[in-house]
Write a protein that binds this ligand. Structure first.
Ligand code: NAG
Ligand code: NAG
Ligand code: NAG
Ligand code: NAG
Ligand code: NAG
Ligand code: NAG
Ligand code: NAG
Ligand code: NAG
Ligand code: NAG
Length: 354
């Protein structure tokens, strides 16, 4: 059901995150940008300050492209999971300091043991999503993981830009010999962009290396180092992911009554909360990660030594005639200032209480 996955990748999961983060102010969207008093359009489409200006803040729908905080610069690294010191378990408390944390938990719960990270889905937690604190602006990202194997349960490993450029690996439901690939330009669905890769050895029982090799003019997906799909920017008439992106991993419930039928069907049916695997694991489903490797391929010839961040600027017109935001590397801090941070946080709490 590849054409379903277009809208399904993010939207149903967002509706689970929404109550937890960034709601309260005016809404923002492509036709209504945020006012100067609450300039930042959060990932979830609400205007505000402080928290609203960090990861996921949409520069196209904010008051100005520069209203969002600068995004932490890519840093090549291999992340392993021996302890939780570099993972902030509640993204609400993140202040933009990517030197302090490599990952934030946007929603849900995780467990770590034997050097493996499990992200958890329970009947009540609505799923789990982790985001990298740093952004990637082209590069190779490889996750070594085991998927879920249960109807209605989706595992995902994606890149997501603040302007909603997106590159996906997804594993819906019980199809453990398949992996789905997909991509979006600025969140615009293109029903031809999804492709399923078949004949894998069991993705639940075996760790595989899944790679997103994202270069300015081409994008490849690899499994265990073998290219399984390549898309060229020219194939898409330029509607190609090109903005700095966070790496996100998630497990989410698609097979639940509140999901659209198409979503449920795509994910292989309704979730069975009495599944022996669920009960046997102490009432949880999980996806398991061994490592995530990021190799940055920023396109500038020489990155200044004091570079810290990416910022969006005015639109430019591509050779294909599309309007896209310009992206600059800067030495601007990514950290919300102490005072404004406290203000931002208290406003956030106030709005949630109301
Ligand atoms: C966009 O936001 C405006 C202002 O909040 C709102 O009135 C409008 O309904 C929104 N449009 C969509 C399509 O959500
Ligand atoms: C925790 O993990 C980090 C890497 O994520 C490592 O640098 C650090 O030494 C570890 N600490 C302990 C106590 O194992
Ligand atoms: C994160 O912290 C906020 C503020 O204390 C709280 O409302 C929220 O429930 C926490 N989220 C989780 C998943 O614990
Ligand atoms: C950011 O985090 C690093 C590492 O924990 C710390 O040394 C630095 O002081 C922090 N910066 C700010 C401005 O809080
Ligand atoms: C998967 O394997 C089967 C049996 O070997 C084969 O018939 C089929 O063509 C393969 N499919 C793909 C997409 O490679
Ligand atoms: C979803 O499927 C059920 C059962 O086939 C049907 O009764 C229901 O009308 C469908 N709902 C929608 C929104 O299509
Ligand atoms: C991309 O990054 C890799 C790893 O850092 C490096 O070996 C390679 O030369 C880079 N390629 C380009 C085109 O920048
Ligand atoms: C910039 O381009 C994007 C599409 O890439 C569009 O949504 C946005 O409205 C444009 N902004 C301006 C100020 O023209
Ligand atoms: C940032 O770069 C500008 C221009 O190169 C320079 O003038 C400024 O001193 C730099 N600021 C910091 C904090 O490094």
């Amino acid at each position: 059901m590849k054409h379903y996955s277009v809208l399904l990748t993010a939207l149903p999961f967002l509706s689970f995150i929404l109550p937890a983060l960034g709601q309260g102010g005016a809404t923002c969207n492509s036709t209504s940008i945020c006012p100067t008093t609450a300039p930042c359009c959060s990932e979830f489409g609400f205007c505000g300050t402080g928290e609203f200006c960090l990861g996921g803040c949409n520069p196209l729908w904010s008051n100005k492209p520069t209203s969002c905080m600068p995004a932490p610069l890519c840093e090549s690294a291999t992340y392993t999971f021996t302890n939780e010191s570099r993972i902030l378990s509640n993204a609400t408390f993140y202040n933009g300091n990517a030197s302090e944390y490599d990952w934030v938990v946007d929603k849900g719960n995780m467990l770590m043991s034997n050097g493996e990270l499990d992200i958890i889905l329970t009947e009540t937690n609505g799923g789990t999503r982790l985001s990298s604190t740093r952004y990637v602006h082209f590069g190779r990202i490889t996750a070594t993981l085991k998927t879920g194997r249960w109807p209605g349960v989706v595992t995902a490993f994606i890149t997501m830009a603040d302007d909603k450029d997106e590159i996906d690996w997804e594993w819906p439901g019980a199809a453990t010999t398949e992996a789905q690939t997909n991509l979006y330009w600025q969140g615009v669905p293109n029903y031809n962009n999804g492709k399923t890769i078949s004949n894998l050895t069991d993705t639940y029982s075996n760790f595989h290396d899944y790679t997103i090799d994202w270069q300015p003019d081409s994008l490849s997906w690899e499994i265990d180092g073998q290219v399984v799909r390549t898309v060229l920017k020219s194939d898409l008439k330029g509607a190609f992911p090109s903005a700095p992106s966070r790496v996100q991993i998630s497990i989410w419930p698609a097979g639940i009554p509140s999901s659209p039928n198409g979503t449920i069907e795509w994910a292989g049916g309704m979730i069975d909360w009495k599944d022996p695997d669920y009960v046997g694991a102490g009432n949880q489903f999980y996806s398991r990660f061994q490592s995530i490797k990021i190799e940055c391929n920023d396109t500038v010839d020489a990155i200044p030594v004091d570079a810290l961040s990416y910022v969006y600027g005015a639109n430019v017109t591509t050779s294909e005639g599309l309007q896209v935001p310009s992206i600059a590397i800067t030495n601007q801090s990514t950290i919300n200032g102490a005072v404004s941070d406290i203000l931002g946080l208290s406003m956030f709490f106030l709005m949630v209480v109301q």
